[in-house]
Write a protein that binds this ligand. Sequence first.
Ligand code: NAD
Length: 514
Amino acid sequence: MSDLKSALQRLGIAADHRAIWIGGESKIGSGATLIGRSPIDGSTLSTFTAASTADVSRVLSSSREAFQIWRDIPAPARGEFVRRVGNRFRELKSELATVISWEAGKITQEALGEVQEVIDICDFAVGLSRQLYGLTIATERPGHRLAEQWHPLGPIGVITAFNFPMAVWAWNAALAWVCGDPVIWKPSEKTPLCAIACQAVVASVMKEMPNEIPPGISSVLIGTGSDVGEALSAAPELPLISATGSTRMGQAVAQRVAARLGRSLLELGGNNGMIVTPSADLELTIRAIVFSAVGTCGQRCTTLRRLIVHESLADEVVRRTKSIFERLPIGDPRQTGTLIGPLIDEAAFRAMQHALQQAQSEGGIVHGGARITEGVPAGGFYVRPALVEFSQPSPSIVREETFAPILYVLRYRELAEAIAMHNDVPQGLASSIMTTDVREAELFCSAAGSDCGIVNVNVGPSGAEIGGAFGGEKATGGGRESGSDSWKAYMRRTTNTINYSRDLPLAQGIRFEV
Ligand code: NAD
């Protein structure tokens, strides 16, 4: 664990962990003890006295105060702060990746990729800080101007999942900051050190810009969903709650936020599919299947879970995928050459075994999926990815997201049938089609094709870039984060009618003489 200790030291994180952070100031919480364990070997990484509901109000008021100052700072100047945050992430990339590997179990390549995603969204947000455009609209009245302005919204509550312990916060924070909003972050209780590490980076940039940045624009509360998460969702001081996690969590958050007529931005579970048509380039297809199905040990919201293969290719695709699954290097995620690290914890392992049993009881033929204990660190939950073949079209287990490396294989005859099978799940996050036939590709991307938020051709469903809007439909929650015009969620729009004439013509030609 010496690599983690020196990474934390380089990041300036003290050994006594504090649960409440406002800028560089920290405090212990008034909640229960929270112990953070590593999925690598089950070792204890952190002990926090967690924040509780009682601690939320102080953070809310400092965010409100910060908002009064931050909203008046010009957006490009807010962008300068984000530019420096991104640069600091560049400098500390390897230390931050080490913290991700220890807490979330990601292999080094993927952990570095996650920090890169933080850097990329900071760069994107810096550019955006000069592009928060409103429209000017043709008006029906002479001597008038009709235009839109975008203003900061207010402090934003950000609730995140364990599997992207830095990137998802950054998607929200970098955009919220340039838009003029403070951020209060409640990270997953499974990855608190990642959050403290990000906060330390942000605080070090604040120190470089004394008197320019109100510390309350960046706060962290380490606590559980049932107290801190619920308290944030219910807080009228937060006009927007951005929540990433399971669909069950999203339903709870959405109801609380809706009860006070707040806005929620939901990024929830996926159940992502890939259709492989007879014209597919098989070399490319097999590589796309393997990365999407087993990367991050099947713990990505965009993980490929359902492979819908034309019956003419199914045997070959299954044979080749199975044979790769059987020899994938699984083990300590920090070791060079490892492609699959551990599941996050024992509960994830049990959920995986439970899903495999159900699949079997529904007629599935299960290959792989067992726990590995040889050649891996003791105390972690390492598994061989599972491939499950079904001959019937719609077993019920296939409709559920199990957050583990299980790939269900279904067969089809006609493309229309494949698209119907593809869309016949509650979730709607990511999807893909492997084909060299332009008609099939375009049909899949059309209104009659995939019903997901992410629709790919000849690329697996996982591994999005930050430049596009990220999110999904149906039980995935409908939110969009990251690139494109996602920034609009973090601002409020005003429509301005400006009369520079000496008359007062009314819209729709209404006459009202007084
Ligand atoms: P989770 O739902 O268990 O927890 C996510 C976060 O919600 C945590 O911070 C947790 O403390 C909090 N939370 C839990 N209950 C809450 C409540 N009632 N009120 C407020 N907050 C509450 O999810 P997880 O196990 O950490 O992550 C895995 C899930 O996240 C998967 O379903 C995955 O698909 C999803 N996910 C989605 C995306 C996306 O962008 N669509 C990205 C990453 C992960």
